[in-house]
Design a protein around this ligand. Structure first.
Ligand SMILES: [Fe+2]
Ligand SMILES: [Fe+2]
Length: 482
């Protein structure tokens, strides 16, 4: 018996929020469903829509045994509305209302701010599905194909999570926002998704792994900050989303680990010790390590932009209002109001990068970003173990936060991966050594040939150490119709 609150699977929309008795919201969601399904079929994964995929579906909302695995055709996936259990007597953990009972209804004075937070979070979920929709055609194995689709259906569910809050608590405005969420399109000029990184292309599987490692990790940080919210339904929603999110980052982290491992093994077998002997290494059908570093540089810097401006009154307002907290707010031991606190922020002053203490309230974006960088760095360290294990003389590092930025302080300067400010000319000349060049991308694209036989893996990636749900790596994770 799964722990947490029982999920009702009887109606069209699985849920643990009592939809059966909430006629208004149930109707609103059932009315929204056909549009969602139409979006999924036209903007979700290209092909494979009739293939049974070995997917997990939530059957509980606790931390153990909350999912079951079975073959499902993606359009028949049970996208549900799942909130983590309510915490009895929960109070608002931070901000001006700290200590007051958590809100079960939207506080009127913060209605617009809250709606905006939900819409921005909601917009990223379908965006990533759109960005990844072409990847099925070049999956390096059935195992990887399944992982892609698992991430995709769960991002779809995360859209449902935000749409539920909009429909339940924001009446007509919420309904309109829910419609708009199905209308914007990643990368489209006329109606793009709201945030930059979600309008970039995810052209190949290395990009997919880097995206799930770096950009889904931004998702984790944002959800963790919203999970602290004084608006209790948002807190409970985000707490359960975080349970699912962990797998997305696992897919990214292990995907890159397996890529590194394959490259190191191929180099070893060929007797190549210099990781910069790029042409010979590429000749082995694997991705050379300097190119991998460049991909990491790109995805890391694009993701940093998602944290917004270094100095932000919006972030301060959302914190004061008790709507969006800090990472692990409940584990921090200060006053949770930050009235007189300061926080050190890297800033750009006349072309030099300096550290400046600013009021902690206005630096909340950067504080979250700093927590993010530490979390990402721990993952990079785990990648680097493969070099130690295979005796390869290489390390992946995270570039400086000033590198390749389009948002915030550093958008105004060019800086290299060490954070040295440089002229535009110098940037143009050295860019190809720091970011994937069109040659690099063409090479990676040349490796992206699908492997669809059970247990087969593309030349550039090692098999996983563990399969899914105790199945072996060569399990038939997707039954492709032939
Ligand atoms: Fe998500
Ligand atoms: Fe995710």
């Amino acid at each position: 018996m799964p722990d947490g609150i029982a999920i009702d699977y009887d109606g069209l929309i699985p849920n643990n929020v009592g939809l059966a008795d909430d006629l208004r919201v149930r109707k609103a969601l059932e009315t929204w469903y056909p549009g969602y399904l139409n979006w999924w079929k036209t903007m979700g994964p290209e092909g494979f829509q009739n293939s049974p995929v070995f997917l997990r579906t939530a059957v509980g909302v606790g931390s153990d045994n909350w999912a079951k695995f079975d073959f499902v055709r993606m359009p028949e996936y049970r996208w549900g509305i799942l909130l983590a259990p309510q915490v009895e007597g929960r109070t608002i953990p931070f901000g001006a209302h700290k200590g007051e009972p958590a809100w079960q209804e939207v506080p009127g004075e913060y209605r617009a701010m809250l709606r905006r937070l939900l819409v921005i979070q909601g917009d990223t979920e379908p965006a990533s599905v759109e960005q990844q929709r072409h990847l099925g055609a070049t999956a390096p194995s059935l195992y990887d194909l399944r992982n892609l689709f698992q991430v995709n259906v769960e991002e779809g569910r995360h859209l449902w999570a935000m749409v539920y809050l909009l429909q339940k608590y924001f009446g007509r405005d919420g309904r309109e926002e829910a419609e708009e969420l199905l209308k914007r399109r990643s990368g489209e000029t006329d109606s793009p998704r709201m945030l930059g990184a979600f309008n970039e292309r995810t052209p190949d599987w290395l990009s997919f792994f880097m995206f799930t490692f770096f950009t889904d990790r931004d998702g984790k940080m944002q959800l963790a900050a919203l999970a602290q919210s004084g608006f209790d339904p948002l807190s409970r929603t985000c707490r359960f989303m975080l349970t699912e999110e962990a797998h997305h980052m696992y897919v990214g982290e292990t995907g890159v680990t397996r890529t590194i491992q394959r490259t190191c093994e191929a180099m070893q077998a060929a007797g190549i010790t210099d990781p910069y002997d790029i042409e010979r290494i590429r000749g082995l059908g694997v991705i050379d390590l300097p190119t991998l570093q460049k991909k990491a540089n790109l995805h890391f810097s694009l993701t940093l932009d998602l944290f917004g401006n270094e100095i932000s009154t919006n972030a301060a307002n959302a914190f004061n209002a008790g709507l969006k907290g800090r990472y692990q707010e409940d584990k921090l031991t200060d006053d949770h109001q930050l009235t007189n606190a300061t926080y050190p922020v890297l800033r750009q002053r006349d072309g030099a990068i300096v550290n400046e203490d600013v009021p902690a309230l206005s630096a909340l974006n950067i504080r979250l970003r700093d927590d993010y960088v530490a979390d990402a760095a721990a993952g990079v360290n785990r990648w680097n173990r493969v070099f130690a294990q295979t005796g390869t003389d290489f390390r992946i590092t995270l570039p400086h936060v000033a590198f390749n930025r389009r948002i915030g302080e550093f958008a105004a300067v060019h800086a290299d991966t060490e954070g040295r400010v440089m002229t535009r000319d110098a940037w143009e000349q050295s860019k190809a050594a720091m970011l994937p060049s069109s040659d690099d991308n063409t090479f990676i694209a040349s490796l992206m040939r699908p492997e669809r036989e059970r247990g087969a893996f593309a030349s550039w990636i090692a098999p996983p150490r563990h399969g899914i749900d105790n199945r072996p790596g060569d399990f038939e994770y997707v039954k492709i119709e032939r």
